[in-house]
Design a protein around this ligand. Structure first.
Ligand code: NI
Length: 175
């Protein structure tokens, strides 16, 4: 297993659309293992393959307190979303330290392949429902800040670009 590096907004690769996984084979399972390790190390509750620059429809989630209930969704599709909506603050491993309100469906049904390539359907509510919608957006190349106002979005972009410049400066060799 290996930890993968996570793309940060506004990296343009976060806007690529992911392709379906052809076969749930050893390669796909290795990707899932690396994504889980990366998500747990970063203390995230969800990670989409897009965020580690792999443009395939793979998502890992764990919303449990104990961090021991990994959920793997391969080729996930939301087949139903409740008309009831909820609004809550969201964050993202690709948008560090930024949290803002996003409106989502309160409940969703999602169909996906598991690690054995079996098709499963899951009905989710609460945090899990929000997380599923957030991660599936990533697979479409969409980051949650795109739901915010253009003003907020440009402020976030400027802040993260500044952070990135500082980071590069700090890691540059002193001459
Ligand atoms: Ni995210």
């Amino acid at each position: 297993m290996a930890q993968l590096s996570i793309l940060r907004y506004p990296d343009p690769r976060l806007h690529k659309v992911a392709q379906p996984v052809g076969r749930v084979d050893a390669r796909a399972r290795a990707l899932v293992a690396d994504m889980l390790e990366t998500m747990y190390a970063a203390r995230g509750i969800g990670l989409a393959a897009t965020q580690v620059d792999v443009h395939e429809r793979v998502v890992v989630i764990d919303v449990s307190e104990e961090r021991n209930q990994p959920l793997v969704l391969i080729n996930p599709e939301i087949t139903w979303a409740s008309p009831e909506r909820v609004r809550g603050d969201e964050g993202c491993l690709s948008v560090p330290d930024i949290y803002d309100g996003v409106e989502r469906a309160a409940r969703v049904k999602v169909t996906a392949l598991d690690l054995d390539g079996q098709s499963r359907t899951l009905e989710a509510d609460g945090l899990l429902a929000v997380c599923i919608q957030h991660e599936l957006d990533h697979l479409q190349g969409k980051v949650f800040v795109e739901y915010l106002s253009p003003l907020k979005r440009s402020r976030i972009k400027a802040k993260l670009q500044k952070q990135e410049r500082e980071r590069l400066k700090q890691s540059a060799p002193a001459l």
